[in-house]
Design a protein around this ligand. Structure first.
Ligand code: ZN
Length: 75
């Protein structure tokens, strides 16, 4: 399980079940296990601090690599 955090203010955003060892390029919505904070304006996902975290593509979020960091383990 990974905790996705804002790279700017380190706020917890969501808990994600990652499959595979690759980079986190997308977060599939059905594998987001808990949401701590999401501010969605149109198709963009923002942190509370205003940083853009991801783009909503429908079934998944396309992650902005500079916008987030993560902690935890990849299963
Ligand atoms: Zn932030």
């Amino acid at each position: 399980m990974l905790i996705i955090r804002c790279s700017g203010c380190k706020k917890k955003l969501w808990k994600y079940y990652k499959i595979g060892k690759g980079e986190v390029l997308r977060c599939h919505k059905d594998r987001i296990k808990k949401i701590y904070y999401i501010n969605q304006i149109k198709n963009k996902i923002y942190c509370e601090c205003g940083q853009v975290i991801a783009i909503d593509k429908g079934k998944y979020y396309k992650m902005i690599s500079k916008g987030f960091i993560y902690t935890g383990t990849k299963d």
